[in-house]
Ligand binder design. Structure first.
Ligand SMILES: Cc1ncc(COP(=O)(O)O)c(C=O)c1O
Length: 432
């Protein structure tokens, strides 16, 4: 019998086309980046619970470390140690990259780990971050309260800012950076903004960035609310796309994880820092995310359809003041951004109940199918009151500025039967 040493530990070449026909991400999620031959024929990738990997030879070990440490550019081509990489994480990262049309993706133990390591990888003392507002509270807090301790400052602008407004913001950031002896390190966006659902004009941001700093100042965008299905920001001028995978991608409210994706040149500094700090997603969670990715399109399609039906019903209800839903935008500029950037309205929206906190509480306390919990993007419908929960610590003045009122209920619609959800909302509104 021929001696068959362990083959090079790489899957066979990925099938992304059949002839000229390009396979869709939904199809690639079933097998992309995984070769059963390397795992005893197991159809699904096993979970690789190991802290370290045996090298084929000492020379391979040296070569792998040259890639890990950056001594030789281009990254490593081998598995080394589970703080750096692992089979489950590599397959997951390959599949995440597919959705956004990115060259590479990096996975993290939470969305916030991804965001914090990203900022740390790009910012030096004296630098300035330009960001849209509002951001997810922890992202905004990391910039304002943590990075400020290391001499990094910020300039923010309201989501929805026009090209002219953006030019003025970039000029202000440039002057601030010059005064501090640094540079504008990153433009960081979140669209739609939570909980206002205001969209950022990524194309206008790209043009303003190009005019002010050139393409070497990266634009990163948190696409948690619309990605990966309803918006592909890399197609509109963003360089780095950021996710809390905890939300739609994980999709079952049973894990916490994050990722970033983009061109390899943008990923490399972040990968290097992740190698040092850790924060890579664990193998078990990576495996769960691969399972989730097999149904992400189905789940998001269904949740989006449900949200459209529920919102059509809510919009004409006498106890509803208004809705903040991307399928019912009343501002022409926001509609224009939506038409250029989005392929779906999502399933997370703001429901303004007539009245104040007491009325909103009565609505929430009477829901029978929808669960009273923060987070979004899961199979089940969730509802919460940002002013009293996620945004409780936001100063009243800023809450007023952002339109976070006491009657704003945040709803994330799941994949239940839409008629059942409408029946639930009907009885909860009757109790208000
Ligand atoms: C838009 C957005 N970005 C980032 C995060 C943080 O993600 P994680 O909770 O996975 O750390 C969240 C969490 O709610 C979010 O809503």
């Amino acid at each position: 019998m021929a001696d068959t040493p362990t083959p090079a530990r790489k899957p066979k070449a990925a099938i992304t086309h059949i002839g000229n026909h390009e396979l869709s991400p939904a199809t690639l999620m079933m097998g992309h980046g995984y070769d059963p031959v390397l795992s005893e024929g197991s159809l699904k990738a096993p979970i690789f619970l190991t802290s370290t990997f045996a090298f084929p030879s000492a020379a391979d070990g040296k070569r792998f470390f040259e890639g890990i440490t950056g001594k030789v550019p281009g990254g490593t081509d081998g598995l080394v140690y589970s703080r750096f990489n692992g089979p489950n994480q590599q397959i997951l990262e390959g599949r995440l990259a597919v959705w956004d049309g990115a060259e590479e993706a990096l996975s993290f133990s939470s969305g916030m780990t991804a965001i914090c390591v990203l900022f740390l990888a790009y910012c030096n003392a004296g630098d300035v971050i330009v960001h849209s507002g509002p951001l997810y509270a922890a992202s905004e807090g990391f910039v304002a309260k943590t990075l400020s301790r290391f001499g990094v400052t910020y300039v923010d602008f309201p989501a929805g800012a026009t090209r002219e407004e953006l030019d003025a913001v970039m000029a202000r950031a440039k002057a601030q950076a010059a005064a501090q002896g640094g540079k504008v390190a990153m433009v960081y966006l979140e669209s739609p903004a939570n909980p206002t659902n205001a969209l950022v004009d990524v194309e206008a941001v790209r043009d303003a960035r190009d005019a002010a700093f050139g393409p070497e100042c990266p634009i990163a965008i948190d696409n948690t609310f619309l990605g990966p299905l309803w918006s592909r920001p890399l197609d509109h001028g963003a360089d780095i796309v950021v996710y809390s995978l905890t939300k739609y991608v994980g999709g079952h409210s049973d894990l916490v994880a994050g990722s970033i994706a983009g061109a390899k040149k943008w990923m490399t500094p972040v990968r290097m820092l992740r190698n040092v700090m850790g924060g890579i997603v664990d193998p078990n969670t990576a495996w769960m995310l691969m399972r989730s990715l097999e149904t992400v399109e189905l789940r998001m399609d269904r949740a989006g359809e449900n949200a459209a039906r529920v919102c059509a019903w809510l919009a004409v209800h006498p106890k509803v003041e208004k809705l903040g839903y991307l399928g019912m935008i009343d501002d022409p500029r926001q509609q224009d951004i939506f038409d250029r950037h989005c392929t779906g309205a999502g399933s997370t929206f703001s429901l303004y109940i007539k009245g104040g906190e007491a009325e909103a509480f009565r609505f929430l306390d009477n829901l029978r199918i929808a669960k009273l919990a923060v987070s979004l993007g899961g199979t089940e419908t969730l509802a919460s009151l940002p002013a009293a929960m996620t945004h409780l610590s936001v100063p009243d003045e800023r809450k007023a500025q952002l339109g976070i009122t006491d009657n704003l209920v945040r709803v994330s619609i799941g994949i239940e039967n839409a008629d059942d959800l409408i029946a639930d909302f009907e009885q909860a509104l009757a109790a208000v």
